[in-house]
Design a protein. Structure first.
Length: 336
C-alpha cells in the first residue's frame, strides 16, 4: 500500500469515527429532549390538577393548611384530655394482697342495695372473678396489672347499675384479652427485603380495653337510667350491644292465660286445628264488660332481663406518672 492510500484510509477512519460520535451525540440529545418533554408534560398536568383543587396551591392555601393543622392538633389534644379523664394508675401489689383485696371489695359490692333480700346480687357472687374470689387460685404476678384494671372497670359498672336502681345483677362474663399478633416471619421479611420499611405505629401508646358482659334484671326506668349514666361517666365506657326481654307476658296473664304455654300445648297439623276448633266451641270464653280494657302499670310490671356488653377504655395517660412514682418510692425505701 502506497503512502496516498494510507493517508486516504486514515482520513476515512477518522471521518467514520467522527460520524459515529456525532450520531451518538444527536441520539443522546434527542433522548434527553424527549425525556425532558415528558417531565414537562407531567409537571404541567400536575400543576393543572392542583390548580383545580378546592384549595389553590399558593401562599394563601399554605396559610389555610397550616391553620387547619393547628386547629386539628388543638382539637385532638382536647378530645384526648376529655376521653382520658377517667384513666387510672394502679400501685404495684403482690398476688396474695390482690386476692385479699378482691375478696374484701367483692363483699362491698355484694352489699349494694337491690331486690335479692335487699342486696344487688346473690350470696357468693363472683363478679366474673370466680377463680380468685370464690376459688383458691392465686393470680400470676404477670397478670396483676391487667386484673387490677379489669376489676376496677367491672366494679365501676356494677356501682353505676346499683346507683340506677337495677334490681339484680345475675351474671358477669369477662372476655379474654385479645392475643398479640405474631411478628413478621423471616420468610416474609426476606421477600420484602428490597422494599422500603413501612411506618409501624407504636403499640405501647394504644389504649387498653376491658370487654365484659353483664346480665341484670331491672325495670324500664332502671335501664334508661343506666344508659344515661354510662354516657356521662368520666371513665370512657362504651355500650357495644344490649338486648332485653320481659320475664313474663303481663298482658297474657291479665286476660287469663300464658301465650307461650298455649302455643306449646297446641298440637300441629289439620287434625290439631279441628280439635282446637272443637275445644274453643266447648270452652266458654270470659265475657268482657263494655268499656273494660286491660291496662299494665310500668311500676308493677314484670322485670326486664337485660344483657349488656361493655368496652371500657384506658388511654394510658397516667402510666408515665405511675412509673415515676413507683421509682421514687423504691428510691426512698432504698435510702431508708
Amino acid at each position: 500500500m502506497n503512502k496516498s492510500k494510507i493517508i486516504l484510509a486514515s482520513v476515512g477512519g477518522v471521518a467514520l469515527t467522527a460520524s459515529l460520535v456525532l450520531a451518538y451525540l444527536i441520539w443522546s440529545a434527542m433522548a434527553d429532549k424527549s425525556e425532558r418533554a415528558a417531565d414537562l408534560d407531567g409537571a404541567i398536568a400536575t400543576a393543572d390538577r392542583l390548580t383545580r383543587l378546592p384549595v389553590y396551591p399558593g401562599p394563601d392555601g399554605i396559610k389555610a393548611y397550616n391553620a387547619n393543622a393547628e386547629t386539628y392538633k388543638t382539637w385532638r389534644e382536647d378530645a384526648v384530655k376529655i376521653a382520658s379523664a377517667g384513666d387510672m394508675a394502679f400501685e404495684s401489689t403482690t398476688p396474695p394482697a390482690f386476692k385479699a383485696f378482691l375478696v374484701d371489695d367483692a363483699r362491698r359490692l355484694s352489699a349494694l342495695p337491690g331486690a335479692v333480700d335487699g342486696r344487688l346480687v346473690k350470696e357468693d357472687f363472683p363478679f366474673g372473678f370466680k377463680d380468685y374470689i370464690t376459688g383458691g387460685v392465686l393470680p400470676a404476678q404477670a397478670d396483676l396489672a391487667r386484673l387490677q384494671r379489669e376489676w376496677y372497670d367491672v366494679s365501676t359498672v356494677i356501682e353505676a347499675l346499683a346507683k340506677c336502681g337495677v334490681s339484680e345483677v345475675v351474671d358477669v362474663t369477662i372476655k379474654p384479652p385479645t392475643p398479640v399478633q405474631p411478628e413478621q416471619t423471616a420468610k416474609s421479611s426476606k421477600k420484602n427485603k428490597g422494599k422500603k420499611p413501612t411506618k409501624v405505629e407504636n403499640k405501647d401508646q394504644d389504649p387498653v380495653v376491658t370487654c365484659f358482659t353483664v346480665d341484670f334484671r331491672t325495670r324500664p326506668a332502671g335501664l334508661v337510667n343506666a344508659i344515661n349514666e354510662f354516657i356521662t361517666s368520666s371513665r370512657f365506657v362504651v355500650v357495644d350491644d344490649f338486648s332485653f326481654t320481659r320475664e313474663k307476658d303481663d298482658i297474657a296473664e291479665a286476660i287469663g292465660g300464658d301465650g307461650k304455654k298455649q302455643q306449646e300445648s297446641q298440637p300441629r297439623g289439620r287434625r290439631g286445628r279441628r280439635g282446637r276448633a272443637a275445644e274453643e266451641e266447648e270452652t266458654p270464653r270470659p265475657e268482657v264488660e263494655k268499656g273494660q280494657s286491660v291496662v299494665t302499670d310500668p311500676m308493677t310490671a314484670s322485670l326486664l332481663r337485660v344483657s349488656m356488653t361493655f368496652s371500657v377504655y384506658d388511654f394510658r395517660s397516667l402510666e408515665g406518672g405511675a412509673a415515676e412514682a413507683g421509682a421514687d418510692a423504691e428510691k426512698s425505701e432504698e435510702a431508708k
